[in-house]
Design a protein around this ligand. Structure first.
Ligand SMILES: [Zn+2]
Length: 182
């Protein structure tokens, strides 16, 4: 298993819609193992394949941020099949080091996906799990969380990013994540 570089905003792979995974094979399982190590090291509660430079419809969600392997969800080709309610809370993203902002999400979602054995599964989540699932599935559509912030907040965030970039600080550093980032 190997740690992968987490791409930060500005890398075009983050704003590109991913391609569906055709077959769950050993290459996919190896990618998932590497992504899991990378998410744990970050640490974060989720990681989507584009965040490690792979434009495939695949993501991980783990509210334990890697501390409890039983809580890891590996979602291949996930689709939100129903959503209800509304929540607004602060989010962070491993591809936006140091940036946090309020984002509106559904309170509850149901997601259909393929597991690592190729079987079809469904998961239902509310509150933080719903938020993490939506955040990761957005990544697979090439949508990053600042796209869902208010225009004013987004302008402030863009200004902060430009400053960090000028100072050579715009990169992900393992170990500086937090449990709210995905
Ligand atoms: Zn993210």
């Amino acid at each position: 298993m190997a740690l992968m570089d987490i791409r930060v905003y500005g890398d075009p792979v983050l704003e590109k819609k991913t391609e569906s995974v055709k077959t769950v094979d050993d290459d996919i399982r190896k990618l998932v193992a590497d992504m899991y190590e990378t998410m744990k090291a970050a640490p974060g509660i989720g990681l989507a394949a584009p965040q490690v430079g792979v434009s495939k419809r695949l993501c991980l969600v783990d509210l334990s941020a890697g501390s409890d392997p039983d809580r890891l969800l590996v979602l291949v080709n996930p689709e939100i099949i129903s959503e209800e309610g509304y929540q607004k809370a602060e989010e962070g993203c491993l591809s936006f080091p140091g940036i946090f902002g309020h984002v509106e999400r559904p309170m509850r979602v149901k997601v259909r996906y393929t597991d690592l054995d190729g079987g079809t599964q469904e998961v239902e989540g509310d509150e933080l799990l719903a938020r993490a699932l939506c955040h990761e599935i957005d990544h697979l559509e090439g949508v990053v969380f600042i796209n869902r912030m208010s225009p004013l907040k987004r302008r402030l965030v863009m200004k902060a990013i430009r400053k960090l970039r000028r100072e050579g600080q715009w990169e992900h550093r393992p170990g500086e994540g937090s449990e709210e980032r995905a």
